[in-house]
Design a protein around this ligand. Structure first.
Ligand SMILES: Cc1ncc(COP(=O)(O)O)c(C=O)c1O
Length: 360
C-alpha cells in the first residue's frame, strides 16, 4: 500500500518536538492567538521574505479577509480561474462580489495571463491568481496588467508555501497572499489554519482587526469583523513544522525529479517553468482513460487523487455565474486528465519507483 501522503509517519519523525510544543500551550493556557501565534507570524513572514503575516483559522478566511482589505465588495468583480479548489471562488462570493473566470494555460494549470485583459470591466477590483499544485502563476505579466488598470493582486498560495517566481517567494509577489495550513498542505497544522502575507502596513492593520471582531483593543469595534483567529496550539505546531519545511520541500522536489525521469508518454509529467521553484504540494500527471487508470492503481494498493474532477464553472452551486460546458476548454480538459500521484517528504525512492512502474 502506497498512500497519497502519510501524516502519521511525518508526526512520528518529529514527535518529541511536537509533543513538547503542545504541552507548553496546555501549561500556559494560551489557546487562542497568544505568544506562539505571534512568534509563528514573524517566522512565517520571514520565510516568505515579506514584512507581515497575519494568522487566521483557514486559508478560506485568509482569502476572504485579503479581498475585504483590498476593498472588494458588492457589485465588484474579481478575475480568477475555473480550475481551482472551490474556496477560491467562495471567498469572492463572501464579499458579495462576482468571480469572473478566465481559462488556464494547459502547460502550467495556472491562469493564462494573455486572457486577463479581455475580462476586465469597470467593475473589476482584483486579480486572484492561484499557484496551483505549488507552481507560481506567471506573475510579471499579471502585475503589469494590474498596474495599468489599478487592480489589486491577491495570490492564492494555499498550495505554494516556499514556491518561488524568478527567485522571489510566494507571499512577496502580489499585494496580498493567502496560505492554507490544512493538514495535507506542505506546511500543515493539526487542524485548520491559514495566513495572509503582505508588505502593506494598512492591509496588515485592517486584516488584524477583521480576524478578531474588528477590534484593535478589546470591545472597541472599529470594523465589522469576524472570529477568524488561529488557535495557540496550531501556532505552536506550525512553528515546529516550519523549521522542517525547506528539508521537506527539497525531498518533494527530489521525488518529482525521480518521477519525471521514470515516466514516459502517454503519461504527461508536470512542466516546471524556468521561472519557477515548484514545491509539488500536488504531483499531477495527465493520463488518457484517467478514471480506469486510477481504479487499477487503487486495486494495486496505490492511492491517487484528482484535483479537481469538475471545474468551478460546471459545479451545481455556481451555475448562477452563467457559464456552461465548453466555456473553458483547457480547464475542462485538465479536469478529465489529471491524476495526482503519491508525494510526501518521507516517501522512499523505491516507493516512487513502484508508483511509476505501476502507472506506466
Ligand atoms: C487553491 C486553494 N485555495 C484555497 C484553499 C482553502 O484553504 P482552507 O482549506 O485552509 O480553507 C485551498 C485548500 O484547501 C486550496 O487548495
Amino acid at each position: 500500500m502506497i498512500p497519497l501522503l502519510d501524516l502519521k509517519q511525518q508526526y512520528r519523525s518529529i514527535k518529541p518536538e511536537i509533543d513538547a510544543a503542545i504541552a507548553n500551550v496546555l501549561e500556559n493556557a494560551l489557546f487562542v492567538l497568544g505568544r506562539e501565534v505571534a512568534a509563528f507570524e514573524e517566522e512565517f513572514a520571514a520565510y516568505c521574505r515579506a514584512p507581515h503575516a497575519i494568522a487566521v483559522n483557514s486559508g478560506t478566511s485568509a482569502l476572504h479577509l485579503a479581498l475585504l482589505a483590498a476593498g472588494v465588495g458588492p457589485g465588484d468583480e474579481v478575475i480568477t480561474v475555473p480550475f481551482t479548489f472551490i474556496a477560491t471562488i467562495a471567498s469572492i462570493g463572501y464579499c458579495g462580489a462576482r468571480p469572473v473566470l478566465v481559462d488556464i494555460d494547459p502547460a502550467t494549470f495556472n491562469i493564462d495571463p494573455s486572457r486577463i485583459e479581455a475580462a476586465i470591466t469597470p467593475r473589476t477590483k482584483a486579480i486572484l491568481p492561484v499557484h496551483l499544485y505549488g507552481q507560481p502563476a506567471d506573475m510579471d505579466p499579471i502585475l503589469e496588467i494590474a498596474r495599468r488598470h489599478n487592480l489589486v493582486v491577491v495570490e492564492d498560495a494555499a498550495q505554494a508555501h516556499g514556491a518561488e517566481y524568478k527567485g522571489r517567494r510566494t507571499g512577496s509577489l502580489g499585494h496580498l497572499a493567502c496560505f492554507s495550513f490544512y493538514p495535507g498542505k506542505n506546511l500543515g497544522a493539526y487542524g485548520e489554519g491559514g495566513a495572509v502575507v503582505t508588505a502593506n502596513p494598512e492591509f496588515n492593520r485592517t486584516i488584524r482587526m477583521l480576524r478578531d471582531w474588528g477590534a484593535e483593543r478589546k470591545y472597541e469595534h472599529l470594523l465589522k469583523g469576524y472570529n477568524y483567529r488561529l488557535e495557540g496550539m496550531q501556532g505552536a505546531i506550525l512553528r515546529v513544522k516550519l523549521r522542517y519545511l525547506e528539508r521537506w520541500t527539497e525531498a518533494r522536489r527530489a521525488h518529482a525529479a525521480q518521477y519525471r525521469s521514470l515516466l514516459r508518454p502517454p503519461v504527461v509529467t508536470p512542466c516546471e517553468m524556468p521561472y519557477a521553484r515548484h514545491v509539488y504540494c500536488v504531483y499531477s500527471v495527465r493520463v488518457p482513460h484517467r478514471d480506469d487508470v486510477q481504479a487499477r492503481l487503487a486495486a494495486g494498493g496505490i492511492q491517487t487523487a484528482i484535483h479537481y474532477p469538475v471545474p468551478v464553472h460546471l459545479q451545481p452551486a455556481w451555475t448562477d455565474l452563467g457559464y456552461g460546458s465548453g466555456d473553458f476548454p483547457a480547464a475542462e480538459q485538465a479536469a478529465r486528465e489529471v491524476l495526482g500521484l503519491p508525494i510526501f517528504a518521507e516517501m522512499t525512492g523505491a516507493q516512487v519507483h513502484a508508483v511509476a512502474e505501476a502507472l506506466q
